[in-house]
Each structure stands twice: as C-alpha cells, then as structure tokens.
Design a protein around this ligand. Sequence first.
Ligand code: HAM
Length: 429
Amino acid sequence: MIKAVRGTRDLLPPDTALWNFVENTARDVFRVYNFQEIRTPIFEETQLFARSVGEETDIVSKEMFTWEDRGRAASEKGESLTLRPENTAGTVRAYIEHKLWERPGVQKLYYIGPQFRRERPQKGRYRQFYQIGAEIIGPPSAGSESPLRDAELLEMLATLLDRLGIRNWTLELNSVGCANDRKTYDEALRKALEPVKARMCADCQRRAVTNPLRVFDCKVPEDQPIIEKLPRISQYLDEPCREHFAAVQEILKSVGVPFVLNDRLVRGLDYYTRTAFEFTHGALGAQNAILGGGRYDGLSEALGGPQAPGIGFAIGEDRVVLALQEVAGSLARPADVYIAPMGAGTNREAARLARELRQAGIVVDLGDESFRLKKSLETASKLGARFALIVGENEVQSDVFALKHLASGQQQSVPRSELAGRIKSGEQK
Ligand code: HAM
C-alpha cells in the first residue's frame, strides 16, 4: 500500500473545518489592518534562500528539499531549485522583481500556504507544514523603519490569537541589533567561544568560526551551560537600536500587549535585524513556538534590491490548529437536512428540492431513491443531520413533505413553501 510520505499528512474532515476557521479569521483580521494577499511560487532558485535565510542556518545547511533541475535541451544549463522552506525570501524577491516600492506607502502583504523543511517529524513538526504570514516592507521615507510598524504588527498578532480563542500565549521579545552592532558582537562571541568551543558539538565548533550567532540555535543539552554564559546581543546594541527597541516596548505597553524580554532569542534565520519575537503556547510541548518573526532591514539590499526595511512574521498553522483542538475539538457543521427520496422516479424531485433549499443557504445531503426508509434515516442520524425530509410519491403529488426531527423523532407534514423556514428555525415546532 502506498502511504503519505513521512512528515507529510492528509488533512481530513472534520479537522479541515478548523483549518478554514483559522484561515478565515486571519483573512478578516488582515483586512482590518489593511494587508493584502500575495501568492509566490512554491519553489524558487536555491540561491534565494542561501542568500537570505543564510548558508550557515539549520534550514539552509540541513533542511531544504533541493534538486538539480535539468535543462530541457542538452545545451541548456541546469539550475538548482528548492521547495520554499519559508515565505519571506519569496515575498522580498517579488517586491524587488515587480518594483513594488513604486506603489504608494509601505507594502502590507500576507500569505497562506505550505512550506517544506526536512526536519525530524514529531508532534507539531512536519516536513510539509503550513504558514500564515505577513510582511510590512517599503522605503524608509514611507515609515517602514518606524517602531510603530513593529508594535502595530505585534498588536495585530495579539488580536488574531484572541479572535482565534487562543489564550495563554507568551510574547517573547528581543533586539538582535543592526549590521553595526553585529560586527562588534560577532567579535565578542568569537572571543568568548575560542576557549570553550572544543567542548561543544561539531555544529557549534563550525558555527564558532563561520557564524557565531548561530550557536544560540544549538539544541544539544551538554552545550547549554556553555551557551548560557556567552555574552548577549543586548549588551552590544548601539544607541539608535536601543532607542528603537525601547520605543517598540513603549507602544506595546500603551496598547496593552503583554511581553517578556528574552535576550537569548536570536531566531534561526540570518536576515533578522533589530526586533525579533516569538509567541509561545504552553499546550504545545516541545514545539511550543506558535509563530515567529522580526525585522529584516537589510534583506532587500542583500538580494540586489533598493533600501527597503521590513518586518514580518509567520504563524505555524499546524500548531495553531493543534492548540485549538485542545480547546475547541471540532467545528465541523453537520448537514441541516438529509433528503430521502423514496421509490422509483423520486430522485428528480429530491434533486429539485435540494437545489431550492441549498439556494436558501441550508446544508443539504442527499440519499437515493433505491434506499429503504430505514437505511435513509439511519444514514441521516449517523451524519448528524438535524432533519430528514422524506420525498415519496404522495409527497411529490401533494407538494407537502414529511419532515422528521431526528433528535426527538417528531414528524410533521410541511408544505413546500414553508420547508426552508422550518428547517432554518431549527427545532420542530
Ligand atoms: P520560522 O520561525 O522559521 O520563521 O517559522 C515560523 C513558524 O512556522 C514557527 O514558529 C512554527 O510555528 C512554524 N514552523 C516552522 N517549522 C515548522 C515545521 N517543521 N512544522 C510545523 N511548523 C513549523 C519563518 O519562517 C520566517 N519566515 C518568519 C518571518 C516572516 N520573519 C519575518 N517575516
């Protein structure tokens, strides 16, 4: 038997109702904050991720699904392509490619879609997973650098999580500084790592030389006491970065969004500058980051674009659904009515009735004229329908139908013109 590939999964009803609820709520919230949707391709040139997310990150060095795409003609060169592991790089590429900076103001874009990382699958961690993300990006003259953008985005996230019914989240906040601070901090880190790196894992020994900040991504338990003692970026912020970070915190306090500072939080992607954040949720166990994001003021330039500071986030939709399942269970809406045609020739009338009721917004399921009444009523009950509507020869002739309320067993004769109203009002009168 052929099964879904490890780390991928089918999303089935009734869970899909929860997924749609999450996506619809996100779209509603994005609408009010004036974000618009962008859809970028699911695969891109490998270079895009190497240059933005960073060669030395776990994502690029270990987790990407990359392949050599052969040229179609023998003379054509092949190219290295990669399934997107995240969507910020693609969004910024599109911003540059379509000169979106020529549009007025800052661009406020959101996306919903699958991402791919070859991680070890476990609860809350998949190889194909789904993100709901958003980016604010634009020229500095449009206000893209303002701490108000950071605070606005974080406040929107607090609102969205509340609207989804996810409580008990924690917003962890840090500033990872700018290119300026990073240089002095990198040197300080290298120096601090020099005498201890021999005791660390192979990955950290390499990171200590190539990209010391990434040491903070290490999950090896034995390395943690060493990492705990390393200097923190918060001690190396220059004055403008310090002020920016303070301003973000002040606005958050004024709008009443609670946060905690975590100066170990450096996020696992290289493009971040200044504000970096994660929302965590207790119910999720080891994979407790429900979403993450931050500023990336130099990313556009690193990809050959104009100066375009930006900030964004991505929510792990799989994890949001897991958290919701803990509280909500299922949101699936069963059918309002199951139509049971009875006897040869009644399918036609049943189909007409189904069409009329559906046009009135009623959720209808339909049997078949070959079913016995008992089978139809059993099916209707199993489906969780509230009513069964019996369409036999007599009913077709009189245009009055037997409507059975399944929970109480009560049955009434209802003229065709009153059916929709009776079903909508819910209970049998
Ligand atoms: P990220 O932290 O790599 O950031 O991913 C964001 C969220 O995606 C995580 O907090 C987690 O909820 C979810 N996620 C990541 N990997 C998996 C996985 N294997 N299985 C299930 N869920 C997962 C980014 O991707 C950045 N692009 C966010 C961003 C946007 N920064 C600025 N703009």
